[in-house]
Design a binder for this molecule. Structure first.
Ligand code: HEC
Length: 105
């Protein structure tokens, strides 16, 4: 009986850990919304028509590893670190070589 309750408690702790991980994970859907409102104002208009499918996943990783060196970084107004992670998730998950490449309309 005692062993069984220990197993149940362990399972509960594991379930909680998995749930909190899911919450912490970057959100590509939110990233799409953010990219449209914070980046597409220029990209596709005054700046290059940048979409997830403009780059490979490796290229997006490289680009976001050094965001400060992106030409327009100083123009990223009101983009928090969390927003940035979400935008990266969107661009990366729908990259040219991803299972579902996408153009941002
Ligand atoms: C005020 C206008 C403006 C905003 C807002 C803006 N950019 Fe840019 N961005 C530019 C310009 C201008 C360039 C340099 C020339 C070009 O690529 O058109 C550039 C270049 C870039 C590049 C390098 C070009 C490449 O092909 O690798 C990336 C990546 C980039 N922007 C991403 C973003 C992201 C992500 C956001 C939103 C968080 C954003 N930009 C918001 C104007 C902007």
């Amino acid at each position: 009986m005692k062993r069984r309750s220990i197993t149940i408690i362990a399972a509960l702790i594991l379930a909680l850990a998995v749930a909190s991980l899911a919450f912490a994970e970057a959100n590509a859907r939110k990233g799409k919304f953010l990219y449209r409102s914070k980046c597409r104002t220029c990209h596709g208009a005054a700046a290059s028509d940048l979409s997830p499918n403009s780059k490979t996943q490796a290229d997006w990783k490289k680009t976001f590893a050094k965001v400060e060196s992106i030409k327009c970084y100083k123009d990223w107004k009101g983009v928090s670190a969390e927003d940035r992670a979400d935008i990266f998730a969107y661009l990366h998950d729908y990259a040219k070589d991803s299972p579902s490449p996408a153009k941002c309309n």
